[in-house]
Design a protein around this ligand. Structure first.
Ligand code: HAM
Length: 447
């Protein structure tokens, strides 16, 4: 029978990668909490309309990448391609945006996009994201960028490149004018654009700036704005906001062209952004964390006029950069094996307590092992127990395969002497210690 496999672009996260993920998640949880964010868990399935109205009908995500379907009642649903729209929906539905109080939340979970799978790009991928509601202040934009850099540095180390830009606002003299200007410029060079950008020219012209094709980039470079330092493509307010944003970054010790770079080509694949956006790229140029400000989305969904900003981190990408991390402490440190020899055990049982029968002797010894395991766990040592009988050699090779360093052996000899043998799998040294002397056992393991 043909074996059933995972769907293309979707994978299992197995040990030891899973241990690394848990470690990253708990580290990131701590950092978010230290900045006053609270964790929320949201549905993976939402009404399709939530995404079409927020991300934008003409974006690649909505036009080509959503996993959409009808349920048995004919409702149009989609697997979430990102987290922001769901958070906004939840904040409004649960009336959490009252009275202009700043709300900071974060989330973790799988997202789904039907993209072409390649290294670092999956159809089910995981995001850790944060959203801040109720602050229209450059300080907040600087804080979320700083938070992204801090998380990247604590997990990966140095080497992330922070790019910022402003995508402007919907005022006539801002993004609409720029769009128009780009459209006429690219029209003049239409025949030289790649096939994707020919389509983007009609649907979402700003996305051409994001194109990685050399020729499309060259065409953009011919535009005066692409070269100039001034930001004539933005309205006065957006220029001012961008310049204050840079000042707030400076206050936090971020120097332009050293700690961050302004990149006029930085546009995002989601239509809800207004004003500052940023991306934190790894050395290979892949975006690991990305986000920005989206001041109109809450109102657009029928909520109060509350500004917002946030970002999301791709955990699949971040974890791939952390493969240098040592193995998690969650691997059991101790493999506690119980060896039995029925005849001998009966004798040992009789030595301890002549009145107990064979079965009772076995039970007593297993109980003793359980107590030992519980005491070691209380002392912070992780223990995997094996009471299934069988040969010691087999059990040792299991410990080896599982990369467990210490094997505690409790067999007939040990039962007779009230000891346990401690075997160091790295050095093959073995030693006996009294089974009652927990401190000594812990000391040997922790040495
Ligand atoms: P995004 O730029 O679409 O933004 O995605 C954020 C991050 O998710 C990317 O930088 C990347 O690390 C990861 N990512 C995206 N697609 C994939 C994929 N197919 N495979 C692996 N990783 C992927 C958003 O999703 C916005 N909701 C961010 C945001 C939050 N903006 C404001 N608040």
């Amino acid at each position: 029978m043909e074996k059933i496999k995972t769907i293309k672009g979707i994978r299992d996260i197995l040990y030891p990668e899973s241990a690394l993920w848990s470690k990253i998640i708990s580290r990131v949880d701590n950092i978010f909490e230290s900045y006053g964010y609270r964790k929320i868990f949201l549905p993976v399935i939402e009404y399709t309309e939530l995404f079409t109205r927020s991300i934008g009908e003409d974006t690649d995500i909505v036009a080509k990448e959503m996993y959409s379907f009808q349920d048995r009642k004919g409702r149009n649903l989609s697997l979430r391609p990102e987290g922001t729209a769901g958070v906004v929906r939840a904040m409004i539905q649960n009336q959490l945006l009252q009275g202009n109080i700043r709300e900071k939340v974060y989330y973790f979970g799988p997202m789904f996009r039907y993209e072409r799978p390649q290294t670092g790009r999956y159809r089910q991928f995981y995001q850790l994201g944060c959203e801040v509601f109720g602050s229209r202040d450059e300080t907040q934009d600087a804080e979320i960028a700083e938070l992204a850099v801090k998380i990247y540095r604590e997990c990966v180390g140095e080497g992330g490149k922070l790019l910022i830009n402003s995508v402007g606002c919907e005022r006539e003299e801002c993004r609409p004018r720029y769009r128009q200007e780009l459209r006429s410029h690219f029209h003049e060079h239409k025949d030289d654009l790649c096939d994707d950008c020919k389509r983007r020219l009609e649907t979402n012209v700003l996305r051409i700036l994001d194109c990685k094709t050399g020729l499309c980039r060259d065409i953009f470079q011919k535009l005066t704005h692409a070269k100039s330092e001034s930001r004539e493509n933005l309205c006065g307010d957006c220029q001012e906001y961008l310049s204050h944003y840079k000042s707030r970054l400076k206050e936090r010790g971020y120097e332009e062209d050293k700690d961050y770079f302004v990149d006029i080509k930085l546009v995002r694949g989601l239509d809800y952004y207004t004003g500052p956006v940023f991306e934190l790229q790894a050395k290979d140029g892949f975006a690991v964390i990305a986000g920005g400000r989206y001041d109109n989305l809450v109102k657009q969904f029928g909520g109060p006029d509350v500004p917002a900003c946030g970002w999301a981190l791709g955990l699949d990408r971040l974890a791939a950069l952390c493969s240098h991390e040592p193995e998690s402490k969650k691997i059991p440190e101790v493999y506690l094996v119980y060896l039995e020899n029925v005849t001998d055990l009966k004798e040992v049982g009789e030595i301890f307590n002549p009145s107990v029968g064979m079965d009772n002797a076995r039970e007593e010894h297993i109980l003793l092992c359980r107590e030992l395991a519980a005491k070691l766990r209380e002392k912070g040592i992780s223990v995997e127990e094996n009471y299934e009988g069988g040969l010691l050699g087999k059990k040792l090779s299991v410990a080896n395969r599982k990369k467990i360093q210490w094997v505690l052996i409790y067999g007939v000899d040990q039962a007779e002497n009230r000891t346990v043998s401690i075997k160091n799998m790295k050095t093959s040294e073995q030693d006996d210690v009294s089974i009652e002397d927990i401190d000594e056992i812990v000391k040997r393991i922790k040495c």
